[in-house]
Design a protein around this ligand. Structure first.
Ligand code: CP
Length: 310
């Protein structure tokens, strides 16, 4: 399978076979990601990171991934310190950065920004989150985490909880889980329900997602609880945010209603959706999940650059 030169803007850009291929490659990257094994496979290659929105995990795990592969990183996370401040367009910025680098990672507040960047760059472009749109690399590391823990995806019951309206991670993940044959339960306040087009996409893929507002009832027989933050920054009206903030909290009391082997995932950052008490339990997967961003992004960088890592 050859992914060299491809863009990754949406998880929809990948077939089921390509997703599993990337996950298998990510598994091979684990010893390199942890530093146990060394490689210089991407020596001479340059990754450009264009972060128009804040990030800890995505930006730093891409950087770690590139460094672990022996490549170099350029980029910015403060667009106000670039010529964008002087009125340069996104298209011009991308064209320039394209001429300085071999692969581009972009995060932007505007849905569609990564697709636009992909149109203007010859090098592969990876979407690191576009507004409330998509977050395909988060999706891949979420799938990788589930595979590592549960050894399969087909037939698993997964609850997606919280801000399903604006949460780009759950938009990508719902589609991918439906594609790979998981059963979906959507848990959110009425005002933050999963967008209809994503529910319809899931249905077209053969899934019949259930939508619930009661978390206790929803998690009774699920294998995975995937929690998201209610994202203050995405609400056009702050009073609407105040109405729903704190709607759901995963704590020890709640987990008594779940299966003994349930895993709790979260793309992070969390605010108060998960009680820190849960961190010490076998259910808490979110920190390992964040680490898995490194091998998954190592796999992606090497595959899109067409370089074999040994
Ligand atoms: N999960 C995620 O995208 O985290 P960051 O915003 O820190 O990159």
């Amino acid at each position: 399978m050859n992914l060299a030169g491809k863009d990754l803007v949406s998880i929809r850009d990948l077939t089921k076979e390509e997703i599993f291929f990337i996950l298998r490659k990510a598994d091979e990257m684990l010893p390199f990601a942890s530093g146990k094994k060394k490689t210089r496979a991407l020596e001479g290659k340059i990754l450009a990171t264009l972060f128009f929105e804040p990030s800890t995990r995505t930006k730093m795990s891409f950087e770690t991934a590139m460094h672990r592969l022996g490549g170099d990183v350029i980029g910015f996370s403060e667009p106000a310190m670039t010529s964008i401040k002087k009125g340069e367009t996104l298209a011009d910025t991308v064209k320039i950065v394209d001429s300085y680098s071999d692969i581009i990672v972009i995060r932007h507040s505007m849905e569609g920004a990564a697709r636009l960047a992909a149109e203007f760059a010859d090098s592969p472009v990876i979407n690191a989150g576009d507004g409330a749109g998509r977050h395909p690399t988060q999706c891949l590391l979420d799938l990788f985490t589930i595979m590592k823990e549960k050894k399969k995806i087909e037939g698993l019951k997964v609850a997606l909880v919280g801000d399903l309206r604006y949460g780009r991670t759950v938009h990508s993940l719902a589609y991918a889980l439906a594609l790979l044959g998981a059963e979906l339960v959507f848990v959110s306040p009425e005002s933050l329900k999963m967008p209809k087009e994503i529910v319809n996409d899931c249905r077209e893929l053969g899934a019949e997602p259930r939508s619930l507002t009661n978390l206790e009832r929803a998690i009774k027989d699920v294998d995975v609880i995937y929690v998201t933050r209610i994202q203050k920054e995405r609400f056009p009206d702050p009073t609407e945010y105040k109405k729903v903030v704190g709607s759901y909290k995963i704590d020890m009391d709640l987990l008594r209603h779940a299966k003994d082997d349930v895993i709790v995932m979260h793309p992070l950052p969390r605010v108060n959706e998960i009680d820190p008490e849960v961190d010490r339990t076998k259910h808490a997967l979110y920190f390992r999940q964040a680490f898995y961003g490194v091998p998954v992004r190592m796999a992606l960088l090497s595959l899109l650059l067409g370089v074999d890592v040994r």
